[in-house]
Design a protein around this ligand. Structure first.
Ligand code: CA
Length: 240
């Protein structure tokens, strides 16, 4: 799945240049030339990352970033600030309000892609196209294949996304609600129990290659993906 990047930039030439380079690099792009338009795009669907210009008409990029960081739904969206100002104090302000990185114009397309990739890898590794390997299990996001010793495991699209998320977020317990947010996306109205159904399907598929123990049920809390055998207190077979 290509990561979706929202470009908030009022200078048309720069907006087009960024769009062209991101699309060449395989990203999906959305554009807005002011904060209000950006907000209505975000209200439709959350982007994976925002490239946010500091100097925008009406509301500045800094103000907009502050609003995003306060919103329950938007506070975790990765933000890279773009600016023509290279003052150290500005950089500090940008990072203080919670921007994840900062780029001074003019920047090369290569630098931009490298920074975007670094932020995505750090914050949402499931949105990158890097192959993930764990305990003999290999997931390739580009060709949508999951294999164990060259044997392919058949998975539905939701199970694939679920496995991708879990393989890139190992050793942490995620509640069903957190999994719904991160794997199903926001604005999706499905019941918590839906998660259990897909976990069960995923376990069944992994069982065929003896890897079902990687998904552990942590009673009362959620699910964890781990190659470390579960402690006796953790019941790896039961549903929550
Ligand atoms: Ca501008």
């Amino acid at each position: 799945m290509a990561a979706k990047i929202l470009i908030v930039e009022d200078e048309v030439a720069i907006q087009e240049l960024i769009t062209y380079n991101l699309q060449q690099a395989g990203y999906e792009t959305l554009c807005a030339d002011n904060a209000e338009k950006a907000m209505s795009i975000i209200n439709e669907a959350l982007p994976d990352l925002i490239l946010l210009d500091w100097m925008l008409p009406n509301m500045s990029g800094i103000e907009f970033a502050r609003i995003l960081r306060k919103g329950e739904r938007t506070r975790l969206i990765p933000i890279i600030m773009l600016t023509a100002r290279s003052m150290e104090a500005d950089k500090v302000t940008g990072l203080e309000i919670g921007a994840d990185d900062y780029m001074t114009k003019p920047f090369s397309p290569r630098e931009m892609i490298a920074r975007i990739n670094a932020v995505l890898r750090r914050l949402i590794p499931e949105a990158t196209e890097e192959v993930v390997e764990l305990d003999g299990l290999r997931l390739d996001p580009v060709n949508h294949r999951v294999t164990v010793e060259n044997k392919e495991i058949e998975l539905g699209p939701t199970e694939f996304r679920l496995l991708h998320f879990m393989m890139t977020h190992t050793e942490r317990v995620y509640s069903r609600n957190q999994l719904l947010d991160r794997v199903w996306g926001d604005h999706v109205f499905v019941e918590d129990r839906t998660v259990d159904v897909h976990i069960r399907r995923l376990r069944k598929a992994l069982e065929l290659v003896g890897k079902d123990a990687l998904i552990q049920t942590v009673r009362g809390s959620g699910y964890r993906f781990s190659s470390i055998p579960a402690l006796p207190a953790v019941d790896s077979d039961a549903e929550m």
